[in-house]
Design a protein around this ligand. Structure first.
Ligand SMILES: Nc1ncnc2c1ncn2[C@@H]1O[C@H](COP(=O)(O)OP(=O)(O)OP(=O)(O)O)[C@@H](O)[C@H]1O
Ligand SMILES: [Mg+2]
Length: 148
């Protein structure tokens, strides 16, 4: 089974990437959509119970936030492969993209996520980790290099 965890500032392109790559195969678990941690947990547990592929489409900026999911995955019987996508983006670009989208977040949400962002690392428990960049021609995915 496969679980995907997104990491990235608001406006870095996570939900757009989900729509492009995973809409047809993975359930989207998003706190923005579900509004409460209770609903988020219920949906996560249902995915785990039913062996459904899913994407955690949250900003997940800190190691602590990511570890909640990673620890839960590690404790289920079904072996899940955990893939992380880190959306590399300048704060300024996120602010600009945010200003242009219909469902805007307050700028402070971008600034505070940037402040607490901790780069992910394979040793948090990822099986695979990728960089995602939003370019003029679309999303570019690259393999993770731990030294970057
Ligand atoms: N291929 C693309 N080229 C240029 N801009 C894009 C492309 N895809 C998406 N965008 C824009 O980039 C912005 C990214 O928004 P998106 O909602 O995907 O970010 P997000 O990371 O999910 O943010 P949040 O954490 O707030 O949910 C949107 O304004 C969208 O219009
Ligand atoms: Mg989103």
């Amino acid at each position: 089974m496969e679980a995907i965890l997104f990491i990235g500032l608001p406006g870095s392109g996570k939900s757009s990437f989900y729509k492009e790559r995973f809409f047809n195969s993975h359930v989207r678990i998003s706190l923005d959509l579900l509004k409460t941690r209770h609903r988020e947990n219920r949906l996560l547990e249902t995915c785990l119970d039913t062996e459904q592929r899913f994407v955690i489409d949250n900003t997940n900026p800190t190691k602590a936030e990511r570890s909640r999911f990673i620890e839960r995955l590690a404790s289920v019987q079904v072996r899940y492969k955990l893939i992380g996508y880190y959306f590399e983006s300048k704060v300024e670009d996120c602010l600009n993209r945010n200003a242009q989208r219909s469902e805007r977040v307050p700028d402070v949400a971008i600034l505070s996520a940037a402040k607490k962002l901790e780069l992910p690392s394979m040793n948090e428990g990822f099986d695979e980790l990728f960089y995602v960049r939003l370019t003029e021609t679309g999303f570019v995915v690259e393999e993770w290099k731990n030294e970057i």
